[in-house]
Design a protein around this ligand. Structure first.
Ligand code: TYD
Ligand code: MG
Length: 449
């Protein structure tokens, strides 16, 4: 019952700035308000004849295991669930200068050393510059191929000639398809180039990595638009002024999105940090008020972090500044401390941060944030070798969190002897647990040796 109309090519209009579609031409884009940005896009007619695909009951579909191409960089393989998946497309996003090109070059170097042919297509740096950097990073291997190219049809030709196992594009913002409207970096160009490369990845079973720059305020929306085109979205984060870098996945068709890879940017490139707790606690001076140690969990990995707070009384003070912890969560904890523990910070500026630049999104650090604030507000010092674990509820109750055994074991490994947290905690070798029900009780235990 297909109507004739659907077989005629249809025209639609698309904004080259924001990608918004419109059935008719308009002088101004309804999506972003740009003038004169709509261009005609011809939608191919629906194909005639029978489809090549066949619908089957799920039981008749063979189960496919996901093959992986291990990069040999443990922190990266951990995040990817074992390595890059052949035929998949991965977006590697991050702010300019954070280290995306470095991570990519080291990854390709490792893969090439393992006998995988890799092709790095770059338009931001010349092959000579890349070679120079690769020398410094010690990743010059015969199977790593370089080409400076920004035209999409030429990139496709290079892929067909070189036939790499892994293809990397640095960056997707520099690619341009001359048959499409818009400048390099415009939403239409980025999305179409990425879709074409994603299809190419599947056709050739090539694992493809696309680098995409994102700015801190997210104003450059390009990479965001790509998230549904690719299989995996990784973001490389960190404070550019500190050495630590965190690799996370926001979307991952082939595994968990909960793992984090930790690296340190050094003179000789990115170095994986397998023992992050030691690094996070390295600069900690035991015994200062306003400092508390929390045991958090990222994926399957326990991490001890130092939470610091500063409370500065001011006549007009009410600033709340959170770095590494959620700002709304901090406000909530301050309200709970005021109501249920007698700690009034209403006329104070309050700062709270996780030392080392890690962003902790789970509530298991609540108690440590509360203790750091309470400590600095009352000038009290946390009992030595004490770790805090637990979520704090609106009623001041201390709640259980996931993976408590991992957290207690990590505390013991790092030389802590006491853990204050919810009643469900179980002691481990060398570590005593103090189970509490309420935040005031937790603070009393945390400040008493
Ligand atoms: P880069 O990978 O070029 O960042 P991106 O591709 O995300 O824009 O790396 C940027 C910074 O990393 C640069 O400022 C210098 C620093 N860096 C090191 O500290 N050590 C190194 O070995 C390398 C290669 C870079
Ligand atoms: Mg770069």
């Amino acid at each position: 019952m297909t109507t004739k109309i659907s077989r005629v090519p249809r025209a639609t209009f698309r904004c080259v700035e924001c990608g918004d579609a419109s059935p008719q031409w308009r002088g101004r884009c309804g999506g972003c308000g740009a003038w004169g940005s709509l261009v005609e896009v011809v939608v191919p007619a629906r194909p005639q004849g029978d489809p090549a695909s066949v619908a089957r009951p799920i039981g008749e579909v063979p189960a496919a295991g996901v093959a992986r191409c291990a990069t040999g960089i443990d922190e990266l393989d951990r995040v990817l669930g074992g390595g890059l998946t052949p035929g998949s497309a991965t977006l590697l996003g991050g702010e300019p200068g954070i280290g995306k090109s470095t991570l990519l070059l080291q990854t390709l170097g490792h893969l090439a050393a393992g006998g995988h042919r890799c092709l790095l297509v770059g338009a931001e740096e010349s092959p000579e510059q890349v070679r120079h950097r690769a020398e410094r990073l010690g990743v010059v291997h015969q199977d790593l191929w370089l080409v400076a190219e920004s035209s999409l049809p030429h990139v496709v030709a290079h892929v067909e000639a070189v036939r790499p196992t892994v293809l990397a594009i640095d960056s997707v913002q520099t690619l341009v398809d001359p048959d499409l409207p818009g400048a390099p970096g415009s939403v239409t160009q980025i999305r179409e180039c990425a879709s074409r490369l994603t299809r190419l990845a599947r056709e050739h079973a090539t694992a493809t990595v696309l680098v995409g720059h994102v700015t801190k305020d997210g104003s450059l929306a390009g990479p965001r638009q790509l998230e549904h085109v690719v299989d995996t979205v990784c973001s490389f984060e960190g404070d550019r002024h500190h050495g630590l870098r965190f690799l996370r996945t926001r979307k991952h068709r082939f595994g968990s999105t909960r793992e984090v890879g930790i690296f340190e940017m050094t003179e000789s490139g990115l170095v994986p940090v397998p023992d992050a707790s030691a690094l996070f606690l390295a600069d900690r001076r035991d015994g200062g008020p306003g400092s508390a140690v929390a045991a958090t969990v990222e994926g399957a990995r326990p991490l001890l972090v130092e939470v610091q707070a500063l409370v500065a009384p001011r006549d007009d003070g009410a600033r709340r500044v959170a770095a590494g912890v959620d700002a709304n969560r901090l406000s909530m904890l301050l309200a709970v401390l005021e109501r249920h523990a007698g700690i009034d910070t209403r006329r104070s500026d309050v700062y709270a941060s996780v030392a080392g630049g890690l962003r902790v999104a789970e509530p298991g650090v609540d108690l440590a944030v509360a203790a750091a604030v309470a400590g600095v507000a009352d000038d009290r010092v946390l009992a030595p070798r004490t770790v805090l674990i637990g979520e704090v509820g609106l009623g001041g109750e201390v709640r259980g969190v996931a993976h408590t055994a991992l957290r207690v074991a990590e505390s013991a490994r790092m030389g802590f002897t006491r853990v204050v947290g919810p009643r469900s905690l179980v002691a481990g070798p060398g570590v005593e647990v103090v189970g509490v029900d309420h935040v005031a009780e937790a603070l009393a235990a945390a400040f008493t040796p």
